[in-house]
Design a protein around this ligand. Structure first.
Ligand SMILES: Nc1nc2c(c(=O)[nH]1)N[C@H]1C(S)=C(S)[C@@H](COP(=O)(O)OP(=O)(O)OC[C@H]3O[C@@H](n4cnc5c(N)ncnc54)[C@H](O)[C@@H]3O)O[C@H]1N2
Ligand code: MOO
Length: 477
């Protein structure tokens, strides 16, 4: 089923049946008659939207990763275009050094991983001739004499049948040698002498699943690179596997910067709650990572340097400190550790100060801006493609849907705007400012709005939020 198919299927249910009241969300929906307060978009793009017909498209760029040093006085001149930033991030971890060797994992631990080699059948499936129905195994044409003892699933090798003989058999039981067909229980009747008669025509081999019908031992069932889904776990178990060879989850470490952050209670005295510490670990797990640590570093350059230089994670994510404020320590620390800046600012709103650096041959760092929606933007722009490469996951199929409403654009930068799916359209949400999570918390996806904006009815590329497609339990456990 296509993504659209899934969507349409879901949308045919009354939204209220899911406990999700459209009216409740109207306060968030960008319908032009929404809250008096504007959407919180800080960019000077409101007039630019009127040039919507001329909105540039995201063509592929050939320029290699921006390796320029950080400029503490602004990012504009070397900021990477948004589509290119994603490509750079996806390619950054392709080197042998960045990849980890496959691991053997039990089926119970393999969900969501990617197969490091093909899944090859360890047995024929079915591994013996099997009854497809409850009924009788019969030999030759009826009527048949019925044996006293039946054959159940899991029972040892049954005795061969003689011509004119039948035996009670259960679905999944081994077919006795010389059986010619299985007669379904609803298609047979026993006469006064105890002889079994068919009540309808039957064909030779009917309702027998022959050994090897699905596969022969050694057949390739799935190629290397397949994602282990619940169905793959079932197939692997059926085919005889106890463990699978898989690409391990990349290890991610989160470093939360900022002296102003509280970990509990209400904001007070200029202090605010840390929104990223609780949000990032489950989201990173949904993107394929194993989160090895979340550390709170404050605004302490020494502590940040120590944490970065000691980390053995495949990916370090910092939050905050990417801009040019007095305590924005990410760039200085990257210089101190001799990191190579691959992306230093992205032409994206929110989140333009986001960055990607190679700290060691086998280690990368994604600097997420501190504003929470800007951090989400950095997560989806840089961390998602990088983790996808490291975990060998396939790139999701790109797709888009028409916007119900016009979305104002930034003159130069790509905007990522939280949207909800409603029928054949996506509806942009209010509260999409860089410091706000209210929009994205109600959203199904982020719409990619090209520089210059998008008209109502214009198709926008969508970045799925993992829980919108898979459900919270499926993607986070
Ligand atoms: N002179 C300039 N100042 C700023 C620019 C700029 O281009 N020039 N860009 C602005 C933009 S856009 C963003 S986004 C932020 C990025 O700032 P940083 O990455 O350095 O982040 P901080 O300054 O540390 O924090 C920004 C903001 O976010 C709050 N924050 C930080 N961490 C968290 C957290 N874990 N949970 C919730 N909120 C958090 C922090 O208190 C600040 O309010 O820079 C602009 N400035
Ligand atoms: O536009 Mo910033 O990058 O506030 O998020």
């Amino acid at each position: 089923m296509t993504r659209r198919g899934i969507r349409e299927g879901r949308d045919t249910q009354a939204p209220d049946a899911e406990g999700f009241d459209v009216e409740e969300v109207l306060a968030l929906v960008n319908d032009g008659k929404g809250p008096a307060r504007p959407a919180g978009d800080p960019v000077p793009g409101r007039t630019a939207a009127r040039t919507e017909g001329a909105a540039p498209t995201h063509g592929p760029r050939t320029r290699e990763a921006a390796a320029s040093p950080a400029d503490r006085h602004g990012h504009r001149h070397h900021a990477t275009p948004w589509p290119e930033a994603r490509t750079v991030a996806a390619r950054a971890a392709r080197s042998q050094a960045a990849r980890r060797a496959p691991v053997s994992v039990t089926l119970g631990d393999a969900l969501g991983l990617v197969l490091a080699g093909p899944l090859t059948a360890l047995t024929d499936l079915p591994s013996f001739d099997t009854s497809a129905m409850d009924g009788w195994a019969v030999a030759g044409p009826g009527p048949w004499r019925v044996r006293d003892e039946g054959v159940l699933a899991g029972s040892t090798a049954p005795e061969p049948l003689a011509d004119g003989e039948a035996v009670r058999i259960a679905t999944g039981a081994r077919i006795p040698p010389d059986t010619t067909a299985v007669l379904r229980s609803e298609h047979g009747r026993t006469d006064a002498q105890g002889r079994l008669h068919p009540t309808r025509d039957m064909s030779h081999g009917q309702d027998i699943r022959p050994r090897g019908q699905e596969c022969r031992s050694g057949d390739q069932l799935l190629p290397a690179g397949a994602v282990v889904t619940p169905a793959v776990l079932g197939l692997a178990a059926a085919a005889g596997y106890d463990t699978l060879s898989a690409v391990p989850r990349p290890r991610a470490e989160v470093l939360v910067l900022g002296d102003e952050l509280l970990t509990e209670g209400r904001p007070h005295d200029g202090l605010i709650r840390d929104a990223l510490g609780p949000m990032l670990p489950p989201w990173l797990r949904a993107l394929g990572a194993e989160v090895v640590a979340v550390r709170r570093i404050g605004d302490d350059e020494k502590a940040l340097h120590k944490a970065v230089s000691r980390s053995s994670a495949d990916l370090i994510l910092t939050t905050g400190g990417t801009a040019s404020g007095p305590v924005d320590h990410v760039h200085p620390v990257l210089r101190r550790v001799g990191a190579e800046l691959l992306v230093d600012g992205v032409q994206a709103r929110p989140g333009h100060p986001m960055l990607l650096a190679r700290t060691k041959d086998e280690q990368h760092l994604v600097g997420l801006p501190g504003n929470p929606l800007a951090a989400v933007s950095g997560l989806l722009t840089l961390a998602e493609p990088l983790l996808r490469t490291l975990s060998a996951r396939p790139a999701p199929e790109r797709y888009g849907m028409p916007l119900r409403d016009e979305v104002h654009g930034h003159p130069h930068d790509t905007r990522l705007v939280p949207v909800v799916l409603r029928g054949d359209h996506v509806v942009p949400l209010h509260y999409n400012g860089p410091a706000m999570l209210r929009g994205v918390a109600a959203a199904d996806a982020l719409a990619v709005v090209p520089p210059g904006g998008a008209r109502a009815g214009q198709r926008a590329e969508l970045l799925d939020l993992p829980w919108a497609t898979a459900g919270v339990a499926a993607c986070f456990t």
